[in-house]
Design a protein around this ligand. Sequence first.
Ligand code: PLP
Length: 327
Amino acid sequence: MIQLPRLRFAHLPTPIEAMPRLSAVLGGPNLWIKRDDQTGLALGGNKTRKLEFLIAEAQAHGARTLLTAGAVQSNHCRQTAAAAARNGFECILVLSGNQPNEVSGNLLLDQMLGAQIIWTKRSERDHTLQKAFDHAWSAGKRPYLIPYGGSSPTGAAGYAYAVAEMMAQCGPQQEVPMPEWVIFASSSGGTHAGLVVGAKAFQYPGQIFGISIDEQEDVLQARVADLATKTAELMGVIESFSPAEILVNADYLGDGYGIMSSVEVEAISLFARHEGILLDPVYTGRCAAGLIGLIRQNTFPKNSNVLFWHTGGSPALFAEQYRNALI
Ligand SMILES: *Cc1c(COP(=O)(O)O)cnc(C)c1O
């Protein structure tokens, strides 16, 4: 396996904790949680692992500015802004949606972290991003473009190495048994692709199971398989991946991306009240709703071990569009 260039600013390894009260309340398998909400960079989250590799690549290209795009409450944009500040880059964020009247949640943090924000309509965001890149380039800012969600092969590699980290924390010599399932929120696919590459490379014996946040099953399977194949190639892992081997559940898409309904509210409330753990309205709340739904359908044998990989996002709990719906 090739050792890719990497910076070190994430707090790793993130802890794995038991969730005995939540397990008892749901009456299903033993639940564990891997705390990638605690990766340490400006309130943490899964993008931090990707950014350790992405920023090393940006430095190798002689870049001085990080440019990326996302939704108004993007956790990826907030972590990119923080990683830029931490490593001496300027940061430009292209955010799609309407500029809200009140600055809250991740958007507040983007501004505190010093990012320049460009607003665009969702339908025009690729075009606006290209224009922002060209403009920054001609202004001598040496921009480096980070794709949506940091989900290039370079970013996804962060989650391949994370499988080795998890496996070192689990097993007969450890307090945590090796989980039969790893379950997590999957959207732009980088986390998912990295995990499946890592599972192959490090011979993880269980299942890597993504809960889709905003895509139909076949779309996400194809995206993850393609990205996993490219990530494996980049890492020097001789494997290719087909869509059929990517495990996805797309039964919890609800009314679409970022639209919180009663199932997410219930999941967020159960994690908060029984384990003191904060999820988020867009990703981990939906993934947890999926996990709870699957437990209620008896998907997992009673004594099995299921690891919920917390991917972060809690700043969005304080966003104006969500906070009043949560209590
Ligand atoms: C971005 C994000 C995800 C999805 O990760 P992808 O690699 O884009 O699939 C999940 N959870 C949170 C909190 C995120 O911010």
